[in-house]
Structure formats: C-alpha cells, structure tokens
Ligand binder design. Structure first.
Ligand SMILES: CC(C)(COP(=O)(O)OP(=O)(O)OC[C@H]1O[C@@H](n2cnc3c(N)ncnc32)[C@H](O)[C@@H]1OP(=O)(O)O)[C@@H](O)C(=O)NCCC(=O)NCCS
Length: 209
C-alpha cells in the first residue's frame, strides 16, 4: 500500500475501467477518468492510495478531506473535463441525464460550507483478478488511517442501494453505517455511509482489553 503519484494515473484508469465496468465515469472515457483522478491528486488534501501485487497496481482508493473544497476545485475544471468526455457523450445521448445529475450534485456540494474534519471516500476499486484477496479491505483501512492522521473525525461515502449487495456488505463489515438514502436520479437510489474514526481502532493504538 502506498500513496498514489502522477505516474500511477494510467494504471489507476485501467483498474477503474475494469472494476467499474458500465458505471457513468467509465462510460465517459479514459481521458475523463484521467482528468478526474488528476484533479484528486492535485487537490490540497487528497487521500489517494494504490495497492500493488508483483509490481503492478491492482487496486486504488481515492478521496479527499473537506469535500466542499474538492468539489469547488472540480467545478473550476468543469470545461476541460467536459471536453475530455465530449466524444463519449456525443455518441451516447442517454448518458446526458446521468452526467447532468452528477454535475448538479457536484455543484451543490461545492457550495456547501467547509467541512475540514470530514473526508469523502470517493472510489475504491480492485481489478477483478485481484478481488476477494483482501486488497479492498486493506485499502479502506489505510484510507481511514490516513484520514485520522489528517485530523479527520468522520468519513462519508455513497454507493448504490439496489443491485449492489456485495459492496453494501463490504462497507458494513468495515464498520460503516448507512445514515440516509437519496435519489441521485429518478431510477438510482443511493446509500450514504458514514464512519466516526473514534470507533475505528488505530493500528498504532494498544489493543483494548
Ligand atoms: C468492493 C471491492 C473494492 C472489494 O475489494 P476486494 O479486494 O474484492 O475485497 P476484500 O477481499 O478486501 O474483502 C473484504 C471483505 O469484504 C467481503 N466481500 C468482498 N467482496 C464480497 C462479495 N462479493 N460478497 C460478499 N462479501 C464480500 C469479504 O468476504 C471480506 O470479508 P472478511 O474481512 O470478513 O474476510 C471490489 O470488489 C471492487 O473493486 N468492486 C468493484 C468496484 C466497486 O463497486 N467499488 C465500491 C464502490 S466505490
């Protein structure tokens, strides 16, 4: 497990394409994905880690402290990101509604008040051939530990509520609690999970008796 660097971007895009097949960001194309993850890497407070096996990146976790600040930065890069996705959107007009919903959500979050003690875990992905071997769990636990080191009190994430039992079970096993549900589009219900870091035992702490 190590911090992601700009030279990992191509591998991260490849793992994302494999792990998130059919998801909106994947359908927006590799240039869009690269631009998005570059935005995470260049943000002031990223938490971005990769997992390697035999010298190859097989998984990653990407997120950021103070989500409203990150979304404000993303908003400033709206045009280059839209251009990166343009050729994919052009041939798939059905994607527009989903892309606009995501854009609206990012715009709303960008206008929220600063939350310096909150971090968002935006995506965790493991290449299909490496799934089920513990990399996803290690990535999330390392993410929580890095967040704690940055003074974060709580981590938030969202994932699909429907047809997504394995991922919901994965987060629940790691100690996340579903705090609310919301409709991202009229067809897509999301679960918002949160975890308070005081509930998570640090690897540096003495085990509780
Ligand atoms: C979700 C994901 C990151 C999990 O990573 P992984 O490396 O396969 O998971 P791990 O091997 O670390 O498993 C961790 C725990 O979750 C459980 N788990 C993982 N996948 C599971 C599945 N499909 N069904 C049930 N439980 C599962 C494991 O049993 C394990 O439990 P344990 O700690 O009690 O042994 C990975 O499957 C993935 O990339 N999925 C596609 C992308 C995605 O949906 N990401 C999450 C949304 S952002």
């Amino acid at each position: 497990m190590r911090t992601a660097s700009p030279s990992d971007l191509d591998s991260i895009v490849r793992v994302h394409q494999q792990a998130f097949e059919g998801f909106l960001m994947t359908l927006l194309g590799p240039r869009f994905l690269r631009g998005y993850y570059q935005c995470v890497l260049t943000y002031a407070q990223p938490i971005f880690l990769v997992a390697e096996r035999e010298g190859q990146v097989v998984g990653f976790v990407a997120g950021f402290v103070n989500p409203p600040r990150f979304y404000a930065q993303l908003r400033q890069r709206k045009l280059p990101l839209a251009l990166a996705a343009a050729s994919h959107l052009m041939w798939r007009p059905r994607l527009w509604q989903r892309a606009l919903s995501s854009l609206r959500r990012a715009e709303t979050l960008a206008l929220s008040n600063d939350e310096p003690t909150l971090a968002e875990l935006a995506s965790v992905g493991v290449a299909p051939a490496a799934q089920g071997l513990g990399a996803g769990k290690q990535l999330v636990l390392a993410f929580l530990e890095r967040a704690r080191e940055r003074g974060v009190a709580e981590v938030v994430l969202t994932t699909d509520a429907h047809h997504n039992d394995a991922v919901n079970a994965f987060y629940q096993k790691l100690g996340f609690t579903c705090m609310r549900q919301f409709w991202h589009t009229p067809e897509r219900l999301m679960n918002e999970y949160r975890i308070r870091l005081e509930q998570v035992e640090s690897p540096h702490q003495e085990p509780s008796r």
